[in-house]
Design a protein around this ligand. Structure first.
Ligand SMILES: C[S@@+](CC[C@H](N)C(=O)[O-])C[C@H]1O[C@@H](n2cnc3c(N)ncnc32)[C@H](O)[C@@H]1O
Length: 268
């Protein structure tokens, strides 16, 4: 595994898995597994695996005769992933420098990580390099914020109540909403037969408060935006009003999300 996560990093990885994975990330895994053509015995690489939800689904599909590897640069994510499924290979590393020989994998998958890659072009070349010829890649990126209204609503509150920098921090995951950008990056990386499909899935958080508070306490500090308790309380009250339209009878926050599933091949 090669990860030495601090206690705090591990807690952050566990927290991500407990809240965000069931709420917004798990529903997308089936599209990636199908899009990359993962089947029994496949050798699969999941890049930006986080706490490993997609990797675990790939592992379930490829079975004992397959090989499944998850790569992520965050030690806490890798440690949380290893706790959940120690039978998968978890590797601390980045998309831009994949620690594998050429033509190692049948399928490469990556969901909701590409927007964070520092050098997407280099990452695309690396993905291409480690794939076997004739095999497929599947990537998920969020559609633009106009198509992900619930987060657009939170951003509006942050812009107004905190700062544009706070709003921008939450806009960042939606920065690859133009599928042409991903298509061009993959094409320059060597891939062919590049296609995309825009899909919708339902997100379901325990409550809108839980969702917003996790962003305020977990995401904004990564951008050096640390809010006082008073400010947090203020933003939560304002966002209650804005997000009440997503409240189900159960109190859960339920809303549609939109993402592009991009698939590509490495020619024979
Ligand atoms: C939103 S999470 C998605 C995680 C996972 N794919 C999922 O569906 O739950 C984005 C992940 O991208 C990872 N990441 C950021 N920069 C990266 C890079 N340069 N190479 C690979 N992964 C990266 C982060 O550490 C984080 O785990």
């Amino acid at each position: 595994m090669g990860s030495t996560a601090t206690r705090e990093e591990l807690e952050a990885g566990r927290g991500y898995e407990a809240l965000f994975v069931p709420a917004i990330f798990e529903p997308w895994t089936k599209h990636l597994i199908d899009g990359a053509g993962v089947e029994e015995s496949s050798h699969v690489l999941d890049i930006a695996c986080g706490s490993g939800v997609l990797t675990r689904h790939a592992f379930a599909r490829s079975g004992q005769s397959g090989r499944v590897v998850g790569v992520d640069p965050a030690p806490g994510m890798i440690a949380a992933a290893n706790e959940l499924e120690p039978n998968i290979e978890w590797i601390l590393g980045s998309a831009e420098a994949l620690p594998f020989d050429d033509a190692t994998f049948d399928c490469v998958v990556s969901q909701f990580g590409m927007m964070f890659f520092q050098d997407r072009q280099k990452a695309a070349r690396e993905m291409f390099r480690v794939m076997k010829p004739g095999r497929s890649l599947a990537i998920a990126v969020w559609n633009s914020i106009e198509h992900n209204r619930a987060y657009g609503d939170i951003i509006a509150v942050l812009d107004e109540q905190v700062s544009t920098a706070a709003g921008d921090a939450l806009r960042m995951p939606y920065s690859l909403g133009d599928p042409d950008e991903v298509i061009n990056t993959l094409s320059q990386g060597g891939f062919s037969d590049i296609e995309f499909e825009t899909r919708a899935e339902q997100a379901k958080f325990p409550s809108s408060r839980t969702m917003v508070e996790a962003e305020l306490r977990g995401w904004l500090p990564l951008f050096d935006i640390n809010l006082s308790e008073e400010k947090i309380a203020d933003v939560l009250v304002k966002s209650d009003g804005k997000l009440s339209k997503y409240a189900a009878q159960s109190g859960e926050a339920v809303f549609p999300t939109s993402a592009h599933i991009v698939t590509a091949r490495k020619a024979q």
